[in-house]
Design a protein around this ligand. Structure first.
Ligand code: GDP
Length: 297
């Protein structure tokens, strides 16, 4: 995922480390290359600019240029700023799913990987946290999507809400809540309908469901390969329905990584998980330290 960026930055820092002493001009030259590498990775211009400014401020101080290993110092500063950019201020946040039954609303465009991710999340909560999970598809437009979720549920060994033809999304959300309460579930995951693009009808439906379900978490699923578009989709969903976090899918692909790098800074919302494949176990908690480490090699 971050191969290109990692390679580019590796080259810049290798040159920097080889020099014994550094002056401010060396640092500025290196940061110019870092800037190009970030832009090539599809990180937004504003985020790149802020990032470079923050690193420059810390890296051109006396302490760095006078240090015995100035190149390493600069790399450390870049690492720390990458972590800050990826996760914002606080530490990684956990899902708020205490007080059963906790509703989790999954939203996103069609094809983003929403249904697959609902299954992955259910599996994770069941296996790692021992939660009793109910999956419910609210995709009244596409019976095939409902079937897909039911099949996934069977495969991973969790329950799914029985499909009743003719119900609206809101009716299904109400029934899911009832069943989750009566059945003693810890969590119920509502997989909402997606559209190929954001439209008024989609947002209306998601807003209505959200109103009824009062979700503890509203997770937006976006395709990480779409770069800055993924970030724009997140901004729109957040403005219209409010999201508590993001899941970036297809991070196993060869995208340039810009979505991961810009998401937090632009939307203020944390990336909670990344999807790393089609299988139901291919979901990882997003860990800014690890990602920064991966980028810097
Ligand atoms: P939905 O329309 O948003 O519910 O999307 P789906 O869950 O049906 O996923 C669309 C396609 O993307 C399916 O073929 C999934 O197997 C695939 N997919 C989902 N997540 C990932 C991922 O993290 N990596 C890869 N490579 N494929 C994924």
């Amino acid at each position: 995922m971050f191969e290109n960026l990692s390679e580019r930055l590796g080259g810049v820092f290798e040159r920097l480390s080889r020099q014994g002493a550094l002056n401010e001009a060396d640092v500025i030259t290196a940061l110019r290359e870092v800037r190009v590498a970030l832009l090539e990775a599809d990180v937004s211009l504003a985020v790149t600019r802020d990032f470079i400014k923050a690193v420059q401020k810390k890296a051109t101080g006396q302490a760095v240029t006078k240090s015995v290993t100035p190149g390493q110092q600069v790399i450390k500063i870049v690492h720390d700023e990458l972590v800050a950019m990826l996760q914002g201020e606080g530490p990684a946040e956990r899902l708020k799913i205490d007080n059963p039954p906790a509703p989790i609303l999954m939203v996103g465009l069609q094809g983003s990987g929403k249904t697959t991710t609902s299954g992955k999340l259910a599996r994770r909560l069941k296996e790692r946290e021992g939660k009793k999970v109910l999956l419910a598809s609210l995709d009244t437009q596409r019976p095939a999507a409902m079937e897909q979720l039911a099949i996934l549920a069977t495969q991973i060994g969790v329950d799914s809400l029985p499909i009743v033809a003719g119900e609206s999304a809101v009716q299904i959300a109400k029934r899911a809540k009832q069943q989750a309460t009566l059945g003693g579930y810890d969590v119920y995951i509502l997989d909402t309908a997606g559209r190929l693009q954001i439209d008024v009808a989609l947002m209306e439906e998601v807003a209505q469901v959200s109103q009824i379900a009062q979700p503890r978490e509203t997770l937006l699923v976006v395709d990480g390969l779409t770069g800055q578009v993924a970030v724009e989709v997140a901004q729109e969903f957040d403005a219209k329905v409010g999201i508590t976090g993001v899941v970036l899918t297809r991070m196993d692909g060869d995208g340039r990584g810009g979505a991961a790098l810009s998401m937090r800074a632009v939307t203020g919302k944390p990336i909670r998980f990344v999807g790393l494949g089609e299988k139901s176990e291919a979901l990882e908690v997003f860990d800014a330290e690890r990602v920064a480490g991966r980028i810097l090699g």
